[in-house]
Design a protein around this ligand. Structure first.
Ligand SMILES: [Zn+2]
Length: 233
């Protein structure tokens, strides 16, 4: 299968579903990570123009650790809107990725960029199949199932499906560690040790399903989006 994971910012995928992507990759599936915004606002000192280049390098290094292709949309951080231009950009991105399974943010997550990306992925993963909507890539065939990944720290999110990430938790943390600028930013701006948070959240989700570490998901329940078999590892 081809797996597409779409995050609003360059480290969201690492925090919320990198363990699952590592499992997919190790089972021989193709993984594509799409980062919507360039994360240019995420530092106390480094200016946006400089930071966005750093963050692209960090995201590339992290994607390489799970053998994933990286699609970098380079939209301004904190200024993503669901307008015509952005929707077309997302449709083309889905066509480029040709996914059998799509993962993105929970529609109610804490950050508006996350919510807008969730909505854009919802609509574009359907619209990518429409023959009269033209972009740079061929239309897709079929409408892939869509999974919403956990929220930050699991706030207000009740998973309906779990993935055991016990075997890959250290590799997930290694992927997050590629985002050096953000390990620093989250300490400086939010007082959070993100590596500790990832471990605690993984352990907590693991307790719910009887393994050491897990990631939680909810599947979109909508017409044509409900496969009869499990698509998560
Ligand atoms: Zn984010």
């Amino acid at each position: 299968m081809r797996i597409l994971a779409v995050g609003a910012h360059p480290d969201d995928i690492e925090i919320l579903c990198a363990g699952t992507l590592l499992r997919y990759a190790r089972e021989g599936h193709e993984v594509v990570i799409c980062v919507a915004t360039n994360g240019e606002q995420g530092h106390m000192v480094i200016p946006p123009e400089e930071l966005k280049e750093i963050r692209k390098k960090e995201a590339s290094a992290s994607a390489a650790l799970c053998g994933a292709e990286l699609i970098w949309l380079d939209i301004h951080d904190e200024f993503i809107y669901h307008d015509h231009e952005t929707r077309m950009m997302f449709i083309d991105m889905v066509r480029q990725a040709r996914p059998d399974v799509v993962i993105t943010h929970n529609p109610d997550d804490y950050h508006l960029d996350h919510r807008i990306v969730s909505e854009l992925v919802f609509v574009s993963s359907f619209m990518a199949s429409l023959p009269h909507v033209q972009t740079g890539h061929e239309r897709t065939h079929g409408i892939p199932p869509l999974y919403y990944m956990d929220s930050l720290a699991g706030a207000a999110f009740i998973p309906t499906e779990y993935v055991d990430i016990t075997e890959v938790i250290e590799d997930k943390l290694a992927m997050m560690s590629c985002h050096e600028s953000q390990v620093r930013w989250l300490k400086d701006h939010d007082g959070i040790d993100i590596l500790d948070m990832i471990r605690v959240q993984g352990r907590f989700r693991g307790l719910a399903c009887g393994v050491e570490y897990a990631e939680g998901f909810r599947r979109l329940h909508a017409w044509r989006r409900c496969p009869t078999s499990r698509h998560l590892p």
